[in-house]
Design a protein around this ligand. Sequence first.
Ligand SMILES: NC(=O)c1ccc[n+]([C@@H]2O[C@H](COP(=O)([O-])OP(=O)(O)OC[C@H]3O[C@@H](n4cnc5c(N)ncnc54)[C@H](O)[C@@H]3O)[C@@H](O)[C@H]2O)c1
Length: 464
Amino acid sequence: MTKITSICCIGAGYVGGPTMAVVAKQCPHIKVTIVDLNEARIAAWNDVDVNNIPVYEPGLSEVVAEARGRNLFFSTDVDRAIEEAEMVFISVNTPTKTYGAGKGMGADLKWIELCARQIARVSKTDKIIVEKSTLPVRTAEAVRDILHNTGNGVNFQVLSNPEFLAEGTAVDDLLNPDRVLIGGDANPEGQEAVQALVDVYANWIPRERILTTNVWSSELSKLVANAYLAQRISSINSISELCEKTEANVNEVARAIGTDSRIGPKFLKASVGFGGSCFQKDILNLVYISRSFGLQEVADYWEQVIIMNDHQKKRFALNIVKDLYNTVSGKKIAFLGWAFKKDTNDTRESAAIYVADELLNEQATIQVYDPKVEDKQIYADLDYLGTRSPDLNKKGVTVSEDPYAACADAHAIAVLTEWDEFIDYDWQRIYDGMLKPAKIFDGRNILDHKKLRAIGFKVSGIGM
Ligand SMILES: NC(=O)c1ccc[n+]([C@@H]2O[C@H](COP(=O)([O-])OP(=O)(O)OC[C@H]3O[C@@H](n4cnc5c(N)ncnc54)[C@H](O)[C@@H]3O)[C@@H](O)[C@H]2O)c1
């Protein structure tokens, strides 16, 4: 039986970094090397001050501090790390294609293919290759094909092991997952590889929480899990709009339906819309795959989750315009939050980006405060949309390091991320510094609306 003593992970991002740091923490007998082409990212992971690592996650700095230099290493020497490892995780980005066939829908697998080719070229000893990235169902076939046809005659087993961590709670999720999913071939070699990976996780995860399936079920399950989660958000968001027309309150509706044990209370919070690098990309992927098999109804069904989410973001922005007497031209709107959710510095697909874009089209000026997102990221996110020149984005948006300064002289405040610290601000002080009537658009329904109204704010939540 293969006993793993050396692991390499290609990709030091939001998944590769935390996942492998936790493997190293929990398995001091396994050498874990995380490699990336991005030199700046690796340098940040190696920063002597662990508070400067490139991914912000509660508890992650402590994990890195414990394992780094002991059995956890970060490097740009990809070839060497691959060759030294018995098991290679691929945890590179798999964004939506921005060109050619499947543009805007399918996954761009060029980074996966490059990894497979590099592994094939470098490897001189047998290896287990683990797909950690989220991939369209049947990608393992392509990876296997490349490894077998371009390798040096060594044996490769390809496993699927999708990651279910949620950003913001990654360390807890990794230490105590609901389940770990491992897909492998049914033949003896495949099963031996599956067992080798089960043994790694079994160092800290109860065996009954480690599920094993065939490769295709594992690949598809990850897409389906994200589609179901996002569907719940779009479902409650669709009801939020109806609540606003009927004087029902979406929080009350969510509580009422969530106490039904068949529905359950989680993921029932109405908001300005979901963001993050995964939900939209993975659903688009599911839609694209379904369409490519001619399953039009299946594709349309899941696509509606995205359509609803886009509508929710746009609706939030347009409500602000409507409420500010149908014009925000020259008005200052303060944004509290830019990250796609609390407790992360990740901004990919954040609702804030799209709301800002709509308001800039209406000639508003925006002043942003986020506790963990840097100004250069905010400008990069807006520039990436290509709606207007970087100069105009710089002109329309300023970034503040202080929430009170961000809100000073504003016509309105929009809460875009549910950071806990927003709840306890000195709201009287903020009110005193704003133009009147002082308006708050709480896109996360996190603030105490009653208290704010008592101060004098005009408050609009989602679905109430
Ligand atoms: N972010 C999440 O919450 C999450 C959760 C579960 C699964 N996933 C999936 O995990 C995968 C990675 O996501 P992420 O958020 O960590 O992405 P990321 O963009 O943060 O990190 C990917 C890293 O891979 C590196 N890279 C790309 N090609 C490379 C190569 N050939 N050699 C070396 N390094 C290379 C990039 O430089 C980058 O640093 C995606 O498929 C994603 O869908 C993400």
